[in-house]
Design a protein around this ligand. Sequence first.
Ligand code: ADP
Length: 426
Amino acid sequence: MHIWRKEIRIALIGFWVVAVVGLSTGYFWPFLLVFSWYLLLRQTLQINRFEKWLRDGAKGQHPKASGIWQEIYFHLYQQKKTDKRRKKKLRKLIEQFRLSTEALPDAAVVLNNSDEIEWANKAARQVLGLQQNDNGQRIPNLIRYPDFITYLKSGNYSQSVVIPSPLNHRVILEVRIIPYGGNLRLLLAQDVTQLKKMETMRKDFVANVSHELRTPLTVLKGYLETMQDLDDGNSPLLTTSFREMQSQTERMQHLVDDLLLLARLETQRKKPQCINVPSLLSQICKEGDVLESATRRIELTLESSAYIYGEEQDLRSAFSNLLSNALKYSPDDALVKVRWYQTSNELVLAVEDFGEGIAAVDIPRITERFYRVEHKRRKKVAGTGLGLAIVKHVLVRHDATLEVVSELGKGSCFRCHFPIRRLCTI
Ligand code: ADP
């Protein structure tokens, strides 16, 4: 404001001098014209210098100026100084970020929306075999595993994908993509070789132990049956002991069978076939009703005649487990409803009972291995705690999900949701 006042004052003084000299000599208008031209020329010159200085990148000392122009140069100089400081800070931050990502043990690669590499850290070169000059290359041309390419193309990055390292096939990598900042994606690859090794060891151990336990159990069971046949009933202690021993060996056999089934589900891949689900469900329900002998408790509703791609044996295990749970955890005379139906994008199997239900806190845990809900009121129901773990595994292998809706004291409904792409015809 102060500088503007000064400028106006100079102009007014100039005008006053022009007026005095002009009026005293009788050439007021020519003097005024010359004075106006002088002012205009002065400003044009300043603008010209200013534009030239800007065109040259506003580097170095600014041109000589006075009045308002000096003020303009001063403001620009201040602005430039702040920008310089901010740039320096940003450069330092970027350098720190670069150093920290270089030090990361996990491979990190930035991809653009054409799957081209924008940037990669040191670990990416060591683990994924990328070269410094690979920037700009498309990543599917460098990592050619079909699983990885499908994952990259899918656009659904909620899960990760496991692939061998392109440099060393014995190194297992877990690759995850994280979209960020509009069109960019960050690819992270972590060496999970040890973890996978341990997992395989655990699976092998469980499978081997379960397998080895089978024979001694069968022998034990056989001898027990013979001894029970020989029991003349004179000793009640002996009779109850035999009965208890038999029920415990049966329980152990179920455990071993379930563990073996789980081990198989985790390791083996069978060729899927087109399965007639309505017929499979009819068989399972008939078997369920036979077991329940006294009353017919199962109500099967086949609203769809759809077949699905899958593994029959595994689906049978999963559906049987759901049905036997519904029968086990509801009163002896309560109805169990089994429904097979189709929606616009899914095929659904619903098994509903009107039994004891499951508390909300237990629902997320019931598919864990060996998790059994302790129920104070009910008598002990036989089980291994592996049934729903098997169901979950089977469903995952069929790209399906399990939905559990339950209310304590009212009952439960277990729904298996199969994606419509599993639909097939023979
Ligand atoms: P289990 O051999 O004990 O039945 P599962 O894995 O099949 O093992 O089930 C885990 C637990 O979930 C069961 O112990 C039971 O408490 C609960 N559960 C499963 N299905 C039902 C159901 N239909 N109603 C009530 N509780 C259930």
